[in-house]
Design a protein around this ligand. Structure first.
Ligand code: UT7
Length: 322
């Protein structure tokens, strides 16, 4: 039994912050940010907006496209590392707001790989017959955890949410294979030190701390590895892929890897110029936009590949079925 995506949705906060806006407060330039990351602008949520607010809108759109009432959901999984509160989980808040009374709900913490991890868990529940209808969301508001004086991080991130509705496939379409990885020994390169049980009073700050060069090296290594490994699991080859949707972190990471493995540019979906790195939301937002742009048709083979804090990485191969 396979799991199949039957609806997608996304939500971005309306406020746009351009590179020029950032250059007014920190020593950087539009030219530097574009050349080193490909990012032109990002969305930033206001004070009143938390991760669940974006997640709910994305979820409602995905459910509407799937023509599935929330009451039919068996499970809600949210990939996030910026929950509204440590508990309840974002998934429980979404369950309540959607009135998905039947659904169990929990969050998955794998940072920017969160959507791949959540999708993989959801697919397994469907494949084993435990659940039939699952809502998977990737949502983050990492701009709330940025040190706006640190030009090494504040230029990279944006806020957003993306959602997909999964159900049992009745044909050969659906999630063909999934691959997940963690390298906890490299965790120190991308850290949110404060706010957890190690530092509940946030003495070490509640800001993202990153060694950009080390994360970059990891990202290029695992993006290539994840595509290779997940295709092997699906018994497919690179030439079979119609579209790669990589985590939208940095166009240099994407360009470097796709050139190295020999995947033509037109088979790679990139929208990071508009939104920056939206963490767990980046892949489901890109998937929703790729569909709206007509870049995916029935029968296409798509690879979703993410990497992020942990350090973690994950990939899924999907035969598109709707
Ligand atoms: O989901 C995973 C999330 N994380 C990532 O994807 C991060 C991966 N890493 C990166 O994307 C890149 O490492 C960055 C974009 C963060 C940095 O780019 P880089 O090419 O690795 O730059 P760098 O850190 O080697 O810095 C080069 C120079 C330095 O100046 P000096 O020492 O050569 O004089 C930096 O101080 O650029 C300087 N610099 C900047 N200049 C203008 C660093 N950040 C900026 C900036 N504007 N924003």
């Amino acid at each position: 039994m396979r799991a199949k995506i039957i609806g997608t949705g996304s939500c971005l906060p309306p406020k746009i912050v351009t590179n020029d806006d950032l250059a007014k407060t920190v020593e950087t330039s539009d030219e530097w940010i574009r050349a080193r990351t490909g990012i032109q602008e990002r969305r930033v949520s206001d004070e009143a907006t938390a991760t669940s607010d974006l997640a709910i809108v994305a979820a409602e759109k995905a459910l509407a496209k799937a023509k599935m009432p929330a009451g039919e959901l068996d499970l809600i999984i949210v990939g996030t590392t910026s929950p509204d509160t440590l508990f309840p989980s974002v998934a429980c808040i979404v369950q309540d707001k959607l009135q998905a009374h039947k659904a169990a709900a929990f969050d998955v913490s794998a940072a920017c790989s969160g959507f791949n991890f959540a999708l993989t868990v959801a697919a397994s529940f469907i494949e084993t017959g435990t659940y039939k209808n699952i809502l998977v969301i990737g949502a983050d508001t990492l701009t709330k955890y940025l040190d706006w004086t640190d030009r090494g991080t504040c230029i990279l991130f944006g806020d957003g949410a993306g959602a997909v509705v999964l159900t049992r496939s009745n044909d050969d379409s659906g999630i063909l294979a999934s691959w997940l990885k963690a390298e906890g020994s490299l965790g120190r390169y991308l850290v949110m030190p404060g706010g957890g049980s190690r530092d509940p009073e946030e003495k070490h700050g509640r800001f993202i701390k990153m060694d950009g060069k080390e994360v970059f090296k990891f990202a290029v290594r695992v993006l290539e590895e994840s595509v290779g490994e997940v295709l092997k699991l699906a018994q497919l080859e690179l030439k079979d892929i119609d579209l790669l949707i990589p985590h939208q972190a940095n166009s240099r990471i994407v360009d470097h890897v796709t050139k190295k493995i020999g995947l033509p540019k037109e088979k790679v979906y990139v929208n990071l110029q508009k939104y920056g790195n939206t963490s767990a939301a980046s892949i489901p937002i890109a998937l929703d936009e790729a569909l709206a742009d007509g870049k995916i048709k029935k029968g296409d083979l798509i690879v979703l590949s993410g990497f992020g804090a942990g350090l973690t990485a994950g990939a899924n191969v999907i035969k598109w079925g709707v």
